[in-house]
Design a protein around this ligand. Structure first.
Ligand SMILES: [Zn+2]
Ligand SMILES: [Zn+2]
Length: 230
């Protein structure tokens, strides 16, 4: 046996050993980041599929539907080039709709991205959203489950803070129907002097977060439908 093939065998045995100790494959469904970092890109497999490891930042970037991890965050920092749906602030996300699975009762979770952000999915039907400047604002009450998980899940904003990526442009303050946190974008900081692209806003770290007290919901308010785009 040559010296090369001995080395080859040693490598194979090492790999086989690693395989034995590995945990069973982890299920994913729908588009998701390949790693926890933007340069890792996206995995575009829509159907339920497996990877060797639990996703990075699983707690804040994913929700579990059955035993599958479903990515619910903003895909843009990871190089997403598909249709973008602009949102502002916190809102419900219906997991079974994102991954196109028929269920008896909707699997409703909440997105805790502060301020303007994008998703690959549209606002879920049956939930009250208002549209302003082409941006979707959740226009209903947040349930107790949203408040209970908030301290842990708002950490998603800490994760995205250092990443530079395009955010939806929001000029007006949120409509009065929106009851989530309001993030004031300070546009006077960190803007390069030459070749300013107004669509690339300053790093979210420089946003100022103002928590707005929930407003009393007016009684007998008419249920608003989606406003049609022109
Ligand atoms: Zn995948
Ligand atoms: Zn969102």
């Amino acid at each position: 046996m040559s010296r090369m093939s001995l080395m080859g065998w040693a490598l194979l045995l090492a790999l086989a050993g690693a395989g034995v100790s590995e945990a069973k494959p982890v299920k994913y469904a729908g588009l998701h980041p390949r790693t926890g970092q933007p340069d890792g890109g996206l995995c575009h497999i829509q159907a339920v599929h497996s990877h060797a490891a639990v996703p990075a930042h699983a707690q804040v970037l994913y929700r579990q539907h059955g035993d599958a991890y479903v990515f619910i965050g903003d895909p843009v920092p990871f190089g997403y080039e598909g249709p973008r749906h602009p949102y502002y602030g916190h809102h419900p996300v219906v997991i079974n709709i994102i991954i196109n699975v028929e269920v008896e009762e909707d699997d409703v979770e909440y997105c805790y991205h502060d301020g303007p952000h994008y998703h690959a999915y549209e606002p879920p039907p049956g939930h009250d959203f208002d549209e302003q400047e082409d941006v979707h604002y959740y226009a209903d009450e947040f349930p107790e489950a949203y408040r209970r998980d908030s301290p842990k899940l708002v950490q998603v904003n800490v994760l995205y803070r250092p990443w530079r990526y395009t955010l939806p442009v929001v000029v007006k303050p949120p409509p009065s129907s929106y009851r989530g946190p309001v993030v004031k974008v300070n546009v006077n900081v960190n803007v390069p002097a030459v070749g300013v692209d107004v669509r690339v806003q300053p790093v979210p770290a420089r946003h100022e977060v103002i928590i707005v007290e929930p407003r009393e919901r007016p009684r007998h308010r008419k249920h608003k439908k989606f406003k049609d785009r022109d």
